[in-house]
Design a protein around this ligand. Structure first.
Ligand SMILES: [Zn+2]
Length: 372
């Protein structure tokens, strides 16, 4: 294992932060997999999973069983990890700018089109290498002006030339689920089976240029632009893995997830292993635009009827909202069949807040599909 420090530029004198990455295997020896956790710095399950994964990768490297390259960043957002307000960690938004740490990644597509026009041929592997080389060159040319911009650049520099990118997050209270693109569905299904994910939520573009989509959708757009005669190879499969809820942090579950990741790495071809543990059943793939975002029609105390992982029919009660002043009670119901994969961790809701999400097969939303 090789450990590297990537200093961030500092917004104020007297502070210095850096991203630490751990590298296994030989670059160029096979496929490259990049895993990070804690980009939303108040989402900790993935961080513990990666600390369980590191010794497993070390054993594999020592035994000469790594057949590719694996890069691991357990703490992808030191800026967010340091933020707190009145005793609560604030890890989703940068307090200075108000920006979500997992949005607004640089869109390299327009400059890549310019750089690659006239330089691609019929050799997919050569084209793929050229795209990756140009991505790195464009990122190198960026001149970030803030710590946040330099964080985004460092993370993309570590990930953008990988064959697979796993960004480990979690929801508030949830079962394990994955976000990816339709072009990544097969790879996402394989990962979902090893992790035991219940549902895959797929979208060509979710809006906001999140980290995973900055890695993957650029390839989809380049493929569409250059056409089949100039093949680009497999490009980059990227997924956001929602490792259950914010409180689902513990050694037992983290060790289980790390073992699942090793099994997936073996299937993906960067780790030779015999006797994989039996994978879980196939996850249900649904369009992200088919998810029902159940919002509170009134403010009040929130009493859930169902837990994450419950399959619902249209009309099933999800929660009662009780007005603490009048005692009035209103029931919120699912309007479609699907899996309740995430719900709020609050027990008092304001009017209009999202209280639960139910997967669905039919498209029902458009525009920005992710929460703020
Ligand atoms: Zn997150």
């Amino acid at each position: 294992m090789q450990t590297k420090r990537h200093p961030l530029i500092s917004d104020v004198p007297g502070t210095e932060r850096c991203v630490i990455s751990h590298h296994f295997g030989q670059p160029g020896s096979g496929r490259k997999v990049y895993l990070q956790a804690g980009l939303h710095a108040d989402e900790h399950p993935g961080q513990l999973v990666l600390w369980h994964l590191l010794p497993l990768l070390q054993q594999a490297e020592d035994a000469g069983r790594l057949t590719g390259e694996v890069v691991v960043v357990p703490c992808a957002n030191p800026t967010g990890l340091a933020q707190a307000l009145y005793g609560e960690g604030i890890g989703r938004f940068e307090l200075h700018s108000g920006e979500n740490f997992n949005r607004h990644y640089p869109d390299l597509y327009p400059q890549l089109v310019t750089a690659l026009t006239g330089r691609l041929g019929s050799d997919a592997a050569a084209n793929c290498a050229l795209v990756r080389q140009n991505m790195q060159a464009l990122l190198q040319e960026l001149q970030p002006q803030t710590e946040l911009a330099s964080l985004r650049r460092v993370l993309l520099q570590l990930a953008c030339d990988a064959d697979a990118v796993l960004d480990l997050h979690c929801d508030l209270e949830a079962v394990l689920h994955l976000y990816s693109t339709p072009s990544g569905e097969l790879e996402a299904q394989a990962l979902a089976r090893h992790l035991g994910a219940s549902v895959l939520l797929l979208a060509e573009v979710s809006g906001g240029n999140a980290f995973d989509e900055a890695c993957s959708t650029t390839w989809d757009r380049l493929r569409t632009h250059f056409g089949a005669e100039l093949p680009l190879g497999s490009g980059c499969f990227a997924t956001t893995v929602e490792l259950r809820g914010q409180c689902d942090v513990g050694d037992v579950v983290a060790a289980h997830d790390a073992a699942g990741l090793m099994d997936w790495l073996a299937e993906y071809g960067v780790f030779s292993q015999r006797g994989l543990t039996g994978p879980h059943p196939r996850a249900e793939a649904c369009p992200l635009a088919g998810s029902e975002d159940l919002q509170a029609p009134v403010a009040g105390l929130l009493s859930f009827h169902v837990a994450p992982g419950s399959w619902l029919e249209a009309g099933d009660a999800v929660a009662d909202i009780i007005n603490p002043v009048s005692g009035e009670r209103q029931t919120v119901r699912a309007s479609q069949r699907g899996l309740l994969y995430a719900r709020s961790d609050k027990r008092f809701t304001r009017r209009g807040e999202s209280i639960a999400f139910v997967s669905g097969k039919q498209i029902r939303r458009s525009g920005h599909l992710l929460s703020a």
